[in-house]
Design a protein around this ligand. Structure first.
Ligand code: MRU
Length: 386
């Protein structure tokens, strides 16, 4: 079966799969405006650090493309300065959709840089717009290739580590958290890409994944991707990681990242830190798999990473299809949101991400290779690889 997809492009038409309805309903929504892109990211119809950066870039490109075709021409095409004054607030607005994933900011910074260098090169507004459109497509297109690179680096590194420890490097069991596959990226995935790579080369035993409450990216999305790819896998509840490590041979934990600080401290989906602490206790390698664009050298350590807190209500609700299934007018399984708490709780703590200290991370894998800490050091020096 073909891998899942988060964004579908035909010409300037952008569609995303509404991930709030997965796994039971596959509904594509057209994104026609910057505001719709912003809303889709904020409301988590599309999520995953690389995927939201791709959508932001593509919606920006499509906006500019519509401007080029408009008649009369928009005023911002009158001069390079008018263009800059018009588009910079749009890029600033896109960044505000979600604060933790640095990829969004990296994409908009990259487009800002492209804009400025085109202005400095003396290009006319229409040529600048064409360069920006091409760059916005590059942000999305280059994701798949680098995901495959990092997945191979990480997969081969793990096989090697297991062999060095006396194993044969086959039947490797890997736990992951959240969803880092095709739905979270432009394709193939990061941590789930590493698992996919191990499966493709015949070295995977089973993929284990946590449900990842409260949004259930694991049980709704990773489960669906692993089924689609026919990868042998086991779902566990978030509370079962310790038990899993006590009773099953797990060779590694592989997770994605929303932002990696200069010292290697890593923000990722809530629950990642729990898994890292338990992995350290059980001496299981803990691997972060993420593109270079997720590394933020401006942030020295994890204390500087902004952590998004989602609306409290989201922690009181589970989403899914009714069970037993009831079909709606379109013949699809009826979606439900079910409240699992009393209403009006006193207080709800609902951070969307946590920070795993570098000390607990064995390796950080990017498209450039595998970074490990220097002998005796508790932190990474990522400035060397970015
Ligand atoms: O809130 P989400 O679903 O956007 O969180 C996603 C994650 O935490 C992923 O692990 C991360 O973005 C990396 S996706 C390749």
């Amino acid at each position: 079966m073909a891998p899942m997809t988060s964004i579908r492009l035909s010409g300037d038409k952008i569609e995303i799969v509404n991930q709030l309805l997965l796994p039971h309903t596959t509904e594509f929504i057209e994104i026609q405006t910057i505001e719709q892109a912003h809303d889709a990211i904020k409301s988590m119809k599309i999520r995953g650090a690389p995927a939201i950066a791709s959508l932001a870039a593509l919606s920006f490109g499509a906006y500019l493309s519509r401007g080029l075709e408009a008649s009369p021409a928009p005023e911002y095409l009158a001069s390079p300065e008018a263009l800059r004054d018009h588009v910079l607030p749009i890029l600033d607005f896109l960044i505000t959709a979600r604060p933790t994933a640095v990829n969004l900011g990296a994409a908009t910074r990259r487009l800002t840089k492209t804009l400025q260098s085109s202005i400095d090169a003396g290009k006319d507004p229409r040529s600048i717009v064409l360069v920006l459109i091409a760059e916005s497509h590059l942000v999305a297109d280059e994701d798949v290739g680098r995901n495959k690179e990092m997945s191979k680096w990480g997969g081969e590194w793990l096989i090697d580590q297991v062999k060095q420890a006396g194993g044969d490097g086959t039947s490797l069991n890997v736990l992951t958290v959240c969803n880092t596959g095709s739905l979270a990226t432009s394709g193939y995935g990061t941590a789930l890409g590493l698992i996919t790579y191990l499966h493709e080369v015949g070295n995977l035993g089973k993929a284990y994944y946590t449900q990842t409450a409260p949004y259930h990216q694991g049980s709704r999305l990773t489960a669906l991707e692993l089924k689609t790819l026919q990868i042998p896998s086991v779902m566990i509840c978030d509370t079962m990681v310790g038990s899993l490590f006590q009773h099953h041979k797990i060779h590694a934990v592989a997770v994605g990242a929303d932002r990696v600080a200069k010292n290697g401290d890593t923000a990722n989906k809530i629950g990642t830190y729990n898994a890292a602490v338990l992995a350290a206790r059980h001496k299981i390698p803990f691997i972060v798999v993420a593109p270079i664009s997720t590394v933020d050298l401006d942030v020295a350590d994890g204390s500087g990473i902004p952590i998004e807190h989602r609306p409290p209500l989201e922690a009181c609700i589970v989403r899914g299809a009714l069970h037993p299934p009831t079909l709606n007018a379109q013949g699809q399984k009826e979606q439900a949101q079910v409240m699992i708490t009393p209403t009006d709780l006193y207080e709800i703590y609902n951070p969307s991400f946590d920070v795993t200290p570098a000390e607990l991370i064995t390796a950080i894998v990017t498209e450039k290779g595998v970074a490990v800490k220097k002998e005796g050091s508790q932190i990474f020096d990522l400035s060397a690889i970015v």
